[in-house]
Design a binder for this molecule. Sequence first.
Ligand code: ADP
Ligand code: MG
Length: 567
Amino acid sequence: MTIIGIDLGTTNSLVSCWINGESVIIPNALGNRLTPSVVSVDENGEIVVGEVAKERLITHPGKTASVFKRYMGTSKAFSLGTYRFLPEELSAFILKSLKADAEAYLGKEITEAVISVPAYFNDAQRRATKRAGQLAGLKVERLLSEPTAAAIAYGLHQQEPETKFLIFDLGGGTFDVSILELFDGIMEVKSVAGDNFLGGEDFTGLLASLFLSHHQMEQSELSGKVQMALWKQAELCKQALSTGRDCTMTLQFEDGVKEISIDRARFEQLAKPLLARLQKPVERALRDAAVKLGELDAIILVGGATRMPVIFSFTGKLFGRLPANSLHPDEAVAIGVGIQAAMKERHEDLEEIILTDVCPYTLGTSISKSLGNGRYESGIFDPIIERNTVVPVSRVRRYNTLIDNQTAIAVDTYQGESRLVENNILLGELTINVPPAPAGLQSIDVRYTYDINGILEVEVSSVETGEKKVAIIQEKETGLSLEEIAERFKELEAIKVHPRERLENRLLLARGERLYEESLAEQRQVIVDAMVRFEDKLKKQDMREIKQEAEKLKRVLDQIEEFLRLW
Ligand code: ADP
Ligand code: MG
C-alpha cells in the first residue's frame, strides 16, 4: 500500500512519495513539480486544473477559481459557469489531479494520502480538508501541519542530536510560525502561531493598489478581466523585484496603455504594515514556547513569498542573524509530508522521527458566573484545552446547574483566546438533560478530546444519570453527513475532467488565448495564425504532425511572451 504526501497550497500544490529511500516530488502531466491551485470549467463543461486553469484566470475569470483555500471550512460558494462549488470541492479537483499524476508516475492506484494544512487551520478548516480528500477518492491517513512537515524535511538531514529552531512559512495566503525542538529522534512542536489571512498575495495587492491609486482608478470600475490582468502584472512585478532593483507595471486599457515604475525601496516602504503584522505571531510563538530568541539554533524560511528580499532582511533584523536557506522554499513541505506518509507505511529504510504536535487554539465552553443577588454574568469563556497543549489530549471539567429545577444544560464549544465567548468562534452546540434539583446540585462532565489531526470531539455526560452525548462537532454551515458526502462524491464524479494526456495541447491553446488578449494588432495575427494551424493538425489526429506543430506554436508564444515582457 503506497501512501502519497500532498501539500495542498493556496497558490501551488505538490504531491510526493517515498521512492528508493527518499521523498520524491512527483511531476504533473506537464512535467512540472508545482501545480497551480486553480480550477476552471471549459467550453465543454469539463474541469481543468493547474497551469491550464491558471491561463484561464485571465481569459475566463467567471469560470475560474483560485485562492479558494482561504475560504476552506466556510460555505462560500464559487460559481464556475453553471456550476457552484464549495472550497473543499474545488480542492477535491486539485487532489484528484495530483492523485492521477501520482498514479501515472507510480503505475498503480493510490487511495491514501497524508495532506498538510496550515498549523493555524482551525477545526472547521481541517475537517473541510479531510472532506476534500474523501471527495477526491482519497482516504486521508493524517493531516500534518505544514511547518511541522517542513521541520521533518529539515530534521531528517540534521546532524546535531539536539536543536531548537523556528520555521517561518510565508505562502500565498497564510503565514505560519512554529518553534520546534529535535532531541534524540523526537520532534517536538513547542508552539505554533500564525495568521490565516496574511501571505504573498497581500504583497501583490500592494502593487495592484499602488497602480490604481497612481492612475486615480477604483478597482470596482474595472471589469473582471482587467482586474485579473492587473493582478497578474502586479504578481510579475513583485517577482521581478525579488531579483531586480526596479520594475515597470504595464496594463492595456481600451484608451491605451497605462504604466507605473516602482523600485525596491518604494515597495519595501509600502510593505511595512504587512511586516509589522508578521512580527506578532513570531513574538507569540516565542512566548508560548518559553523560548528566548538567543536559544534558537536556526531560523528556517519556507514558502514562495520568503523569496522576497524584504523578508530575508526583515527576518535577519528580527532574529539578529541570517536565516538558513537549507530547505527549498517551494518543496520543503511536500518533501516533509512525503516522509510522514512513508513513516505511516513503516518503511524500513526510514528511521522514524517521533512527532509531537500541539493544538493551535484554546478550546473551551461558555459559562455564567453568579454576581450575587440573583444576578449573573453570562458568556464567559472557560478554557478546557489551552493553546499549544501537546496533542493528542483529553481534558475533562465539571459544571453545575445554575438555577433551581433546571432540566437541561447547554454546552457550547468555542475556539479562541478572548475572555468573552462573543469574541471567539463558535464550533458547535450540545444540550444534555439533567434531573430537576436545587441550583448547583446537578452536574455534568464535559470532556474535550483533541486528536493528532487537530480534530475535536466533545463528550458531555450527566453525573447523576450517566446519560452521555457525544458531538463530533457539527460545523454550523458546511456540516454534511456521511450520506451527503457520498452523494456529493457521486455528483462530482459525474463531472468530466479534461483528460490528462491532452493537457499539454490544451495548455498551448489556453496560453495562446491569454496572449491574444494581452497583445495587439500584428502580434494578435501571428498568434491566431499559429493557433489555427495547430488546431487543424489536432483535428487530423496525426501524432507526429501534432507534435511538430505544437513545437512551432510554443516557439511563437514564447516569442510573444518575451516581447510583452520587454515592452
Ligand atoms: P502556498 O503554500 O500558499 O501555495 P507558496 O509557498 O507556493 O504558497 O507561495 C506562493 C507565494 O509565493 C505567492 O504569493 C507568490 O507570489 C510568492 N512567490 C513565489 N515566487 C516568488 C518570488 N520569486 N518573489 C516573490 N514572491 C514569490
Ligand atoms: Mg505552502
